[in-house]
Design a protein around this ligand. Structure first.
Ligand SMILES: [Fe+2]
Length: 197
C-alpha cells in the first residue's frame, strides 16, 4: 500500500490492533483519541482540506507500537510495524510523529532515538498528536490539564512551548472551536498517565 487511498478501513484497523496484541486499554484510549481527532478535523474541514479518513485511521493506529513498548520509542516502533504491513507512508509518518508534541532531533538523540526530527508536520499529523494529548489513559482532559503533564517534564522544557504552539495552531485552524474545555470527557474507570505521550 503506498497511497492514502489504500488506507485500511476502521474495522481493519481495529482488527490489526487486536491481532498485533494491543491491550483493551490501549484500544479504548485510541477510540477516544479518534473521536476527539475527528471532531477537530471535521471543524478544520469547513475551512481547509483535511483527510478525515487518514485522521480516523491514524487515531486508531497511533499507539500500535504499545503492543511492544510503552516507552518513548512506541511511536517509532509503531511506524515500523505499519511499514511491515505495507500501510501508506502518510499513515506511517503520522504514527511515528505523534509522541509528545513531536520530538526534534536534538531531543531524540538525548532520548536514545535515532537523531532525526519526529515532529508532526501535516495537518492530519498535528490533529492526531494533539488529540492524543487530550486523552490521558481513557479520560478526556482539558488543554490546561494536558499542559500540566508537559510541565512535569520541567518548567523550561521545550516541549511545553511546542505543545502551546500546537494548541494555538489548531485553535486557529478550527476557527476557535476548541478552547481547552469543550473536549473534556470522563471515564471513572480510566487511569491517568503522568507523562504526555
Ligand atoms: Fe502514543
Amino acid at each position: 500500500m503506498n497511497s492514502v487511498s489504500n488506507l485500511p478501513s476502521r474495522t481493519e484497523a481495529l482488527n490489526t490492533l487486536r491481532e498485533i496484541g494491543c491491550s483493551e486499554s490501549v484500544i479504548n484510549h485510541s477510540l477516544l483519541v479518534t473521536k476527539i481527532a475527528m471532531e477537530i478535523a471535521s471543524s478544520i474541514s469547513r475551512r481547509r482540506s483535511v483527510n478525515l479518513h487518514l485522521v480516523e485511521i491514524g487515531g486508531l493506529l497511533h499507539d500500535i507500537g504499545r503492543s511492544t513498548t510503552h516507552g518513548v520509542r512506541h511511536g517509532l516502533v509503531g511506524s515500523e510495524i505499519l511499514e511491515k504491513l505495507d500501510y501508506p507512508h502518510t499513515l506511517v509518518q503520522l504514527v511515528r510523529n505523534h509522541v509528545g508534541a513531536g520530538i526534534p532531533h536534538e531531543e531524540a538523540k538525548a532520548l536514545g532515538l535515532r537523531p532525526t526530527d519526529y515532529l508532526p508536520t501535516t495537518v492530519e499529523e498535528k490533529v492526531v498528536c494533539y488529540a492524543d494529548k487530550l486523552v490521558s489513559g481513557s479520560n478526556g482532559v482539558t488543554f490546561e490539564e494536558a499542559l500540566k503533564s508537559f510541565e512535569n517534564l520541567g518548567p523550561r522544557h521545550p516541549a511545553i512551548a511546542r505543545f502551546r504552539a500546537l494548541h494555538q495552531e489548531l485553535v486557529e485552524l478550527t476557527g476557535g472551536t476548541i478552547n481547552g474545555t469543550g473536549t473534556r470527557r470522563e471515564n471513572p474507570s480510566g487511569k491517568r498517565r503522568q507523562v504526555p505521550d
